[in-house]
Write a protein that binds this ligand. Structure first.
Ligand SMILES: Cc1ncc(COP(=O)(O)O)c(C=O)c1O
Length: 363
């Protein structure tokens, strides 16, 4: 068979959370909860569901490739102009577009060890050199990342908050970092969990875009908006960058149903508030349960928690699977003795803790 280009040989396929159906099929278990992909446990907004069924009559038509109405709505919501927005088939799509547009073979791309895996995938895809900077306390070390910049650096990815660690960089760290980044380096702040963060020292990065810096913010409808299955994410960037990304975007990369659902979800601020509140309650419950069990965890700014175990995370994930609970082992992120668990509904969190307690040889 024809060999792919050398950089592709080094890519491991993305490992998503196991779908419920697969576990049902393989293990014959019926009562299953999935806490493995940081989805919204409350599901989509009822307004989004209504928009989905209404738009079903139109799916013989191609979507508006330019997502005109969604763009207008979102621009107004954020307080920017529509020219600052690009939509993607999930925000992953936008991350990939950025790399494809700006990173050439031999260029350097900086990201953190233990950062969201897609940065490494897209770097390899572009046959570029990954400059992987260690984290400190499971958190991006922005000063070390700035120090890693060379004249070959093209793009720097920062997940804020990061998946799977759940940690964030602060406004002061970000400001100091941005002062050190040269004008010809593109900074991407991946803010997939933006809406969950409630810390006052969380950086608002929009000014970097509005100042015309080489800066892209990515966000998504997959997380708090509960639309992961419809694949709608977006980038916020200075208009010339958006114009570049638009040249290589698949013409119909956002589905008609997804666009309709996202517009409705945006309007349902009560659902977003409820989801955030539910997450805060669930987080406190899980922290309490972990404390009671003497388990170490990383405090999170997102809707998931990284849990340290003194044994293989993959083994514990397997045991939990047999109890009908899907969590994510994160050995691939360099944490072999940890799992990541999504904060669920109260019922799901209780089921998870019961199952974890049953997996006896926990330390
Ligand atoms: C940090 C981070 N960025 C981006 C994404 C991609 O999400 P989507 O492509 O669904 O928008 C995820 C999904 O898990 C994530 O955790």
């Amino acid at each position: 068979m024809l060999k792919p280009k050398p950089s592709i040989d080094t890519i491991q396929p993305y490992q998503g959370g196991k779908p419920i159906e697969e576990v049902r099929r393989e293990l014959g278990i019926t009562d299953i909860i999935k806490l493995a992909s940081n989805e919204n446990p409350l599901g989509p907004s009822p307004l989004a569901m209504q928009a989905i069924s209404e738009s079903a009559t139109q799916v013989h038509l191609y979507p508006d490739g330019n997502a005109y109405y969604l763009k207008e709505d979102l621009a107004e919501y954020i307080g920017i102009s529509a020219e600052h927005l690009i939509f993607g088939n999930g925000s992953n799509d936008v991350l990939q577009l950025v790399a494809e547009a700006y990173v050439a073979p031999g260029d350097e791309v900086i990201y953190a060890a233990g950062a969201f895996v897609v940065y490494s995938l897209v770097t390899k895809l572009c046959s570029a050199t990954a400059v992987v900077v260690p984290m400190v306390k499971h958190t991006h070390n922005l000063s070390a990342m700035a120090a890693a910049i060379t004249d070959k650096t093209k793009v720097i990815f920062v997940a804020n908050p990061n998946n799977p660690t759940g940690t964030m960089v602060t406004v002061d760290e970000t400001a100091a970092f941005m002062e050190q980044v040269p004008d010809d380096v593109l900074v991407v702040f991946d803010e997939a969990y933006y809406e969950y963060v409630d810390r006052s020292d969380y950086p608002q990065t929009l000014p970097y875009v509005l100042e015309g810096r080489n800066f892209v913010i990515t966000r998504t409808f997959s997380k708090i908006y509960g639309l992961a299955g419809l694949r709608i994410g977006y980038g916020i960037a200075p208009p010339p960058l958006v114009e570049t990304l638009n040249r290589i975007r698949q013409p119909f990369n956002c589905s008609l149903v997804g666009q309709a659902a996202a517009r409705a979800a945006l309007k349902d601020t009560a659902h977003v508030t409820r989801s955030r509140e539910q997450n805060t309650i669930g987080k406190a419950f899980l922290y309490g349960a972990f404390d009671d069990m003497g388990l170490r965890y990383v405090e999170t700014e997102g809707n998931f928690i990284m849990l340290h175990l003194e044994q293989s995370g993959a083994d514990i994930a397997d045991k939990l699977l047999k109890e009908g609970v899907i969590v994510r082992p994160i050995g691939g992120y360099g944490y072999p003795n940890a799992v990541r668990v999504t904060i669920g509904t109260q019922q799901e969190n209780e089921k998870f803790i019961d199952a974890l307690t049953k997996c006896k040889d926990l330390k």
